[in-house]
Design a protein around this ligand. Structure first.
Ligand code: SDX
Length: 428
């Protein structure tokens, strides 16, 4: 690799240092460009910008590969489980049996919420979207857990990380219970992470609830597939918020707010609603044409990706899991799954999608499984947020542990009015 990149314009020539990653493209270090060249770079969607250095997750968009600390997602989805993946993302290595047992015990012992928070939920209307409740409740955690908000204290950073990972299932489940008018179900320490979440969502005081192990395994796999994904929009939001020194609960609340958008984590809800609107395979061509029409803002939800220009490896695992779960639940000929498979077939052979390298992403099949499990579409993005919390927290920890961390403060290409004097109202 060359040591420097040469940049010339007008009468200027700059030599900018180049940096080599362990995987992915080389980068040109432009940190001194403005000081030495008096110019900015322009990249509003960050399509060509590395905003940080990280060793947590790597995506090869052309090959359709995703790895966490070097381990490929398909192996983790098959052989590992969510809390082990949490440990890997947080600490960088797969845990020994003792380390895993200790980590799972620490998470288990933090699953309850401060009892006063139950009143916080009650301030919402019953028809509030669960994502609105999650943004509010997670942000409010900084008002309940003061003893883990000092980010300069490594111990408080650790406690805040465990609290957030442990309490998100309780918050998401209670947001769901509140929306359906059922009483909150408290977590149980004798259940694994995914089983606890399913029980808190679907148990009622009137009868015993037995967790279906098939659903628990599928739920755990969905959590693993959503755990982290490099510098996506919500992770970048968390990093920018944490660069000001904001407390971890406020930063994660900012990430939840960003994830809610339909172009990002909100796509899983939008994708299932789109598949239901299509309704049957014979209406697919009509929607394909809408998606291709430049004058129509409609896009195929669950399709396309900023980085993947090949199949999203998570979508592949999710598609297999959808087949398994529906089969094991005895749900045959699920019309929505049939439409999804036909749509994938047609879209991925259509020249428009082939040329633009648009493939199904993580959000295309996930809703079919969640729907089969009994979740309303409004709970799809909260489940994504629950699972992504460990990714946000791992990236947050990586950033604030960096002694060279600086507050994120982008510049702009200004095209507004140049300097002019104030005009009194009588003279306008
Ligand atoms: C997630 O970043 C991450 O890693 C996110 C995520 C994670 O784990 O954190 O992977 C999770 O957010 C997955 C993406 C979920 N969103 C959707 O499924 C919504 C539908 N997808 C699109 O909105 C879009 O594909 C994005 C937002 C995902 C990506 O947008 P980009 O990278 O900005 O691409 P683009 O909008 O510039 O599209 C390139 C071209 C455009 O056509 P031209 O202007 O070049 O002619 O492809 C077209 C787009 O119109 N296009 C689509 C399309 N997605 C892109 N056309 C029809 N249907 C689509 N879904």
């Amino acid at each position: 690799m060359t040591e420097t990149a040469k940049l010339s314009w007008d009468d200027k020539t700059l030599e900018l240092p180049m940096m080599s990653p362990t995987a992915g493209p080389d980068v040109i270090d432009i940190r001194k460009l403005y000081a030495q060249g008096d110019v900015f770079t322009y990249d509003p969607g960050f399509t060509s910008t590395a905003a940080c250095e990280s060793s947590i997750t790597f995506i090869d968009g052309d090959k359709g590969e995703l790895m966490h600390r070097g381990y490929p997602i398909d192996q983790l989805a098959e052989k590992s489980h969510y809390l082990e993946v949490c440990y890997l993302l947080l600490y960088g290595e797969l845990p020994t049996a003792t380390q895993l047992e200790d980590f799972e015990a620490r998470v288990t012992n933090h699953t309850m919420l401060h009892e006063q928070m139950t009143w916080f939920f009650r301030g919402f209307r019953r028809d509030a979207h669960p994502m609105a409740i999650m943004v509010g409740v997670v942000g409010a955690m900084s008002a309940f857990y003061h003893d883990s908000t000092d980010i300069s204290d490594p111990w408080q950073r650790e406690v805040a990380s465990i609290r957030l990972i442990a309490k998100m299932p309780t918050i998401a489940a209670w947001a769901y219970k509140y929306s359906v008018g059922q009483p909150f179900v408290y977590p149980r320490n004798d259940l694994d992470y995914a089983s606890n979440f399913l029980r808190m969502c679907f148990a009622v005081p009137a009868e015993e609830y037995q967790v279906n192990p098939i659903l628990a395994r599928a739920m755990d796999r969905i959590f693993t597939l959503h755990a982290d994904h490099e510098q996506n929009a919500s992770t970048s939001t968390v990093r920018l918020a944490s660069s000001s020194g904001a407390n971890p609960f406020a930063c994660i609340a900012a990430g939840i707010a960003c994830l809610w958008g339909p172009a990002h984590g909100g796509a899983n809800q939008a994708a299932l609603e789109m598949l239901r609107e299509i309704g049957s395979p014979n209406r697919i061509p009509e929607f394909i044409e809408k998606a291709k029409d430049k004058d129509d803002p409609f896009r195929l939800m669950g399709f396309g990706h900023r980085v993947y220009k090949n199949f999203d490896p998570r979508a592949k695992v999710m598609k297999q899991s959808a087949d398994e779960v529906l089969d094991l639940l005895g749900i045959e000929n699920n019309p929505t799954l049939q439409v999804a498979k036909e749509l994938e077939e047609i879209a991925t052979s259509d020249p428009y999608f082939v040329e633009k390298k648009l493939y199904p992403n993580v959000d295309f099949y996930s809703g079919i499984i969640l729907d089969a499990m009994g979740f309303p579409t409004s709970m799809f993005t909260p489940i994504f947020a629950l699972a992504r919390t460990v990714g946000w927290i791992s990236q947050w920890k990586e950033q604030i542990s960096d002694p060279g961390m600086k507050i994120g403060r982008p510049r702009q290409l200004y095209n507004g009015p140049t300097l002019r004097d104030y005009v009194d109202v009588e003279n306008r």
